[in-house]
Design a protein around this ligand. Sequence first.
Ligand code: ADP
Ligand code: MG
Length: 684
Amino acid sequence: MPAGNDNGPEIKAAPALRDKLRKLGLVRRDDLILHFPLRYEDETRITPIAEAPGDGPVQAEVDVFDVSVQFRPRRQLVVRVADDTGELVLRFLNFYGSQTRQFEKARDEKRKLRVFGEIRRGFLGAEMVHPRCRLVGTEETLPASLTPVYPTVAGVSQSVLRKLITAALADSDLLELLDPEWCSRHSLPGFEKAVRTLHAPPPDVSEGALQSRVHPAWRRVKFDEVFAQQLSLRRAYVARRQKGAPVLHSSGQLARNLLASLPFSLTSAQQRVGDEIAADLAQPFPMQRLLQGDVGSGKTIVAAVAACHAIDAGYQAAFMAPTEILAEQHYLKLRAWLTPLGVEVAWLAGSLKKQIKRVMQERAAGSAHLVVGTHALIQESVDFARLGLAIVDEQHRFGVAQRLELRRKGYNPHQLMMSATPIPRTLAMSYYADLDVSVLDELPPGRRPITTKLVSDVRRSEVIARVRGSVAAGRQAYWVCPLIEESEKLQLQTAIDTHGALTAELPDLRIGLVHGRLKADEKAATMAAFAAGEIDVLVATTVIEVGVDVPNASLMVIEHAERFGLAQLHQLRGRVGRGEHDSVCVLLYQTPLSETARARLKVIYENTDGFEIARHDLHLRGPGEFVGSRQSGVPLLRYADLEADTDLIEWAHALAEQMLRDDPERANRHLVRWLGGREEMLRA
Ligand code: ADP
Ligand code: MG
C-alpha cells in the first residue's frame, strides 16, 4: 500500500451526532463532501396558490388567519392560510404544541409564512398535508439555489446536514485529481464545479437533468466513484501479481490421459479456457480466475483438467462446492474419472463422522492428490501438505470470508472460481475487475433444447398426467417444491406434503424426496438412487438447484415458479436437457401474478441463454443482489448505475490502469478521497 494513507480530517460534531452520522457512512470531512442529495426542492420562487400545478411541490408565501385542532375524522391540526390569489388549508395529523404556537404567532403578529408541499385540490378546496413551514424573517430574500434534500437517518435533520456540508465545502480545497484536458475531452466538468453544482445548484440548472442524474455534474461524480472502484480493484490485481505462488509446471500427461479416457472430446471453448488456466498455473504468482459458463457448458471437466496439471506438477488440488449434494456428485464423478489414472481422490464434508473425517484429514495432509468437499474444506482444521490449486464451484454461493479463509491459513494457492450465474459484462468489469475472467461460450454438441411451458396452477392435473407419460416413456422427472423464504420449517413441510400428494396421485411410480434437512448420507443415497434410475420422480427443494446432473431426467416441474428469482429458475431448468432426450420445464404459477413475477416469468419463458437472462435480471433487480456476499456489508456503487453508465465504467477501467502506472500517488489520493479506510472491503 502506498504511503500517505491519511484519510483527512474527521467531522467535527458532538459525539451523539457523530454516531448518527457514522450510520450514514459519514466520518471524515470528505465523506460529507461526497454525500450528494437525493433530490432538490425549489424554494427559489414563490408560486401563487391559484397557479400551483396539480403535481409536484411548490412554495407559497401566505398569511395565517385561523389555527384549530379538529377531532374528526381524527385528531389533527388545521391551519387556514391565504395569499392574494386564494386560500389553502394546511393539515397535520401528527403535530407538536410548538408547531401550533408557531402558527398562532404568525397569525397574531401578522408574519408571513412560507409553506412547501404539494397542493391538492379536493372537495373542500386546496390543501397541503404536512407541508414544511417556516416563518419568514423581515427582509428575508429567496435562496439563490435549489435546496438539496440529503439521504439521512432519524435524528439528523436536513438543516443539520446542510450546515455540516456547507462548512465542509468551505473548508476543503476540492482539489482536482484528474487531468483537466482529459475531463474536457470526455465532457466532464471539473471536480469542484461538479461538487458545488450538486450541493447548491443554481436556479437556472436543468432540474430534470439533475433529478435523473444525467447532468454533467452527476456524470463527473459518478465517474469519480467508479474510477475509485477501478483503482482499488486494479491495485489489488497488481498486488496479487507480486505475491508468490507455486509454479505448477505440468508435463500435461495426466490431463492428456484424462481426456483420452472420456467418451467425448472438449469443445473449442473448453480447450481454450483449459489453455488459459494451464498458462496461469505456470506463473509464479497466484491465479485468480473466474470461469463463467452457462449451466451445462461443461465447467467440471475444465476444472478436472486444471487439477490434473496441479497434480502432475506434484501438488494437491482442492475442489469445493457449496452444497453437500453437489460436492458429493463432483466427488463421484472426479473419482470415476481420475482413480483409474492413479490419482487419489479424497472426500471431506462437514457432516462426515468425526472418525472418518480424521482419517480423511490425514489423507488431505498426506497422500491425497485431490480433496473434494464443501467449504468444510477450508473451515475445519484441514491442513494440506502441498496445496497448489483451489477450485471453487458455484463461486457466487460462497462468501468472501470463506475464500479469504484459505489465505488466512497461510495458503496462497492458485484459485479457479466457477460460476454458472453469468455476470453481465459491465458488472464483471466493475465488481470483478480484480479477477481474470474466462468464458465458456459454447455448449457441448448434441444438447436438445429445453421447451419451457408456463402453466397456471389450476391445470395441475394435466401436469401430473405429463409426468406419468414421461415416466412411461422411460424418462425421469424433477418436481421442485415452492420456495418459502420466510420459513425453512414451512418449506420442509411443503416438500413433505407435496411428496405425499404425488405419491397418492401417482401410486405406481417410485417417488423420492430430497430436502435440506436430510442427513448427508440420506441425501446422497436418494440422489444416487435417482441417478441410477431407481426413482422415477424426485420431489426436491432448491437443494438441487446447482450442479446436479442426471441426463435421463427430461422433465422438470417447478411449483409456484413465480416465487423464484430469475437466476434460480435458470439454474433449476438447467437440471434437464442434459441427455439425448427432448426436455420440458413446466413452470406452474399461481394467479394473480404480481407485475415483477410476470416480468420474470416472461424473461425465463423467452430466453434460454444465461447471459441474456442475467442482463434482464440486472435490469429488474439492480446489481446489489448480484454481487451478493462478495460485497456483504459494503456500500455498492452509490451514484453510478451499471446499466446507464457503461461508458463511464469503460473510461474508468482504462484510466485506472494508466494512472496506477504513471502517477500512483495521485491514484492513492483519489482512493483516499472516495474510500477512506474502507477500501479493503471492496475486494477480496
Ligand atoms: P456445468 O458447466 O453446468 O457445471 P457440467 O460440467 O456438469 O456443466 O457438464 C454438463 C454435462 O456435460 C456433464 O454430463 C458433462 O460430462 C458433459 N460434458 C462436458 N463437456 C462435454 C463435451 N465437450 N462434450 C460432451 N459432453 C460434455
Ligand atoms: Mg457445475
